[in-house]
Design a protein around this ligand. Structure first.
Ligand code: HEC
Ligand code: HEC
Ligand code: HEC
Ligand code: HEC
Ligand code: HEC
Ligand code: HEC
Ligand code: HEC
Length: 404
């Protein structure tokens, strides 16, 4: 009797010791440290910041990273970890490559989007260069969208909460509920020049998504095998991309329905661009007839005529009629097309097509007025009074050719 209970006791003791060691081993392995760093260093970094940025610390601790042992130094680097240097964590440059070390699939998808070219699109643009004397505006007014999406994973995610930019209905039970039908795209894809957020949110699809979690931006716009690979719709991959995008509709609609819907989109796009072109011709006629000189806010084509398009025209450093042209193509035209692409009748028609006509008629009237004014001046020999253009305090004063 006695020996039997002794054996049971021993078995229990041995089991307790083994599981205890098991727990210790598991908790050590749970801390993911980068090559060359130690668990001790990781803990030091955490300790140093626990009280300095308590809420940020808390966000991290309750994120998928905090819960899975991914700690500060995994993202902020193990270099500079001597005691005195703890505060020089590599804070603002957590690159996509860094995140990609652990999330290769997402990194590969992200790399295959046109977002990686976004920095170049903005910094080569005439509007960016005209702001050379106004760096704070370049920073907050262009880089906060273009640099961010081109250089970080945190354009849609945040650094310390890992809440996923997807709707409640699609989120797995352990994930943070975000109710985000616009998938984190909304901070950038909005406003008068590209109102995808507003258009989508006033479409039938948004109502459907509120009920079912789909379709969201990501459901329509990405490759089902990699939700980070946004199908390219511009440039050399345009044709292939447009076909792929339509395939995503076929999970919910018949081919006939989709073809009909997209035919109206294409036709609205074509007619909108035709109206924009007509307005452009009216203004280009004014330069040709010497009624107006090109202003510094426009790039010139090879014949010395302002291009008056998205690449080469600003809202600043131009005349009133050129400014109306900017609003015509950049706001009204874009809204009509992007509204139609997202099946939002109010954006397509009232914010879009109606405003397109407002601007077209205003340009037409202004051109007639400028022609008449030129004739009157000539007849009465009146000199035109020129007001100097407002200059930013430290404007570089670049010449037109430098803008190219
Ligand atoms: C998954 C990667 C990741 C982890 C883990 C992480 N961070 Fe960050 N951290 C970032 C990113 C990305 C930024 C840049 C700002 C942003 O996008 O939120 C950042 C910015 C910062 C900043 C500078 C910005 C500010 O608000 O002052 C501090 C400080 C910081 N992190 C501290 C910490 C601390 C402390 C820990 C650990 C408790 C930690 N981070 C863990 C990714 C991470
Ligand atoms: C050292 C490896 C490592 C690094 C570096 C890292 N992560 Fe993670 N990440 C993980 C692990 C582990 C998890 C949790 C397990 C999982 O969901 O795969 C995770 C989970 C996530 C999740 C999913 C959250 C969820 O609720 O399912 C997101 C989003 C994420 N990481 C984004 C990022 C971003 C953005 C960066 C860079 C700023 C980054 N990670 C850097 C290892 C890492
Ligand atoms: C609110 C975020 C945001 C700001 C601020 C912003 N952009 Fe953009 N920009 C976008 C988005 C989103 C697109 C893509 C629109 C689309 O494809 O419908 C875009 C498109 C462009 C394009 C066209 C790229 C192409 O596909 O050919 C240029 C050029 C551009 N932006 C330049 C600038 C410049 C220059 C500034 C500052 C003066 C600026 N943007 C400010 C978000 C922004
Ligand atoms: C353009 C927006 C956007 C950018 C940029 C972005 N993500 Fe995401 N990410 C998302 C969305 C949306 C989801 C949720 C996808 C879904 O619905 O399944 C997600 C999900 C994730 C997940 C969880 C995957 C899963 O299967 O649950 C990880 C990990 C992640 N992203 C990492 C990254 C990394 C690393 C980068 C940078 C290389 C990055 N993301 C850049 C939008 C983005
Ligand atoms: C129901 C599917 C669907 C949803 C949801 C959706 N889109 Fe689109 N999107 C489209 C279609 C269709 C086009 C036009 C494709 C074409 O012209 O062939 C488009 C075009 C675009 C373009 C390119 C614009 C251009 O000038 O060519 C951008 C950028 C875009 N969408 C962003 C978004 C964003 C951001 C969201 C979420 C707020 C979103 N979309 C939601 C279907 C969708
Ligand atoms: C931080 C800002 C930002 C966020 C967030 C963002 N984008 Fe963009 N997006 C841009 C800018 C800027 C451009 C234009 C530059 C370019 O085309 O390279 C762009 C271009 C695009 C284009 C047109 C380019 C192409 O491939 O044809 C699509 C489609 C697009 N984004 C979809 C999305 C979707 C879907 C999301 C969310 C999952 C998203 N974007 C989130 C800034 C952003
Ligand atoms: C996740 C499912 C889903 C996806 C993906 C989807 N749709 Fe829809 N769509 C719906 C539902 C549901 C409705 C509401 C009417 C119905 O039940 O058919 C709808 C309505 C529409 C309407 C009518 C809009 C109105 O104002 O009445 C059009 C047009 C349309 N979708 C086109 C498209 C196109 C084009 C795509 C792909 C770019 C697409 N849809 C992708 C589910 C979807």
């Amino acid at each position: 009797m006695r020996s039997k209970s002794a054996i049971i006791l021993w078995v229990i003791i041995v089991l307790m010791v083994v599981t205890g060691i098991g727990f210790l081993v598991a908790s050590k392995q749970d801390v993911v440290v980068p090559a060359g760093a130690t668990v001790k260093q990781a803990e030091e970094f955490e300790d140093f910041y626990r009280d300095k940025v308590p809420q940020k610390y808390d966000m991290w601790q309750h994120s998928a990273h905090g819960e899975n042992g991914v700690t500060c130094i995994n993202c902020h680097g193990e270099e500079n970890l001597s005691d005195e240097e703890l505060e020089y964590g590599n804070f603002n440059v957590v690159t996509p490559e860094k995140c990609g070390e652990c999330h290769e699939h997402e990194y590969k998808g992200w790399q295959d989007t046109r977002h990686v070219e976004a920095v170049e699109y903005s910094q080569k643009n005439v509007r960016y260069k005209l702001l050379d004397g106004y760096h704070a505006m370049q920073q907050q007014g262009c880089n906060s969208c273009h640099d961010k999406v081109g250089n970080t994973c945190t354009s849609c995610h945040q650094g310390h909460t890992t809440a996923l930019p997807k709707p409640e209905q699609m989120a797995a039970p352990h994930e943070t509920v975000t109710n985000n039908f616009t998938n984190g795209c909304e901070n950038c894809h909005m406003g008068p020049d590209h109102p995808q957020r507003e258009a989508y949110q006033s479409s039938v699809h948004y109502q459907v998504a509120q009920a079912t979690g789909q379709p969201t931006c990501v459901i329509c716009h990405t490759d089902p095998d990699n939700r980070h690979k946004i199908i390219q719709l511009k440039g050399e991959n345009e044709e292939e991309g447009r076909k792929k995008l339509r395939e995503n509709c076929l999970n919910c609609h018949t081919k006939q329905y989709v073809d009909n819907a997209m035919a109206t989109v294409d036709s609205i796009k074509k007619e909108t661009n035709r109206i924009v072109d007509e307005a452009r011709k009216i203004i280009q006629g004014l330069y040709a007839d010497g009624i107006m000189e090109p202003n510094p806010g426009s790039l010139l084509d090879e014949n010395g005529i302002p291009m008056l398009n998205a690449k080469g025209t600003s809202y600043s450093h131009v005349s009133h009629i050129e400014n109306l042209m900017f609003e015509l193509f950049k706001y009204a035209g874009a809204t009509t097309i992007k509204g139609a692409q997202h099946f939002a009748p109010d954006y397509t028609h009232w914010h879009g097509n109606a405003d397109l006509w407002n601007k077209y008629l205003a340009i037409k009237e202004e051109a007639e007025r400028l022609r008449m004014e030129a004739k009157v001046r000539e007849k009465l020999e009146i000199e035109k009074e020129e007001y100097p253009m407002f200059k930013y305090t430290n404007e570089t004063g670049q010449e037109l050719n430098d803008l190219k």
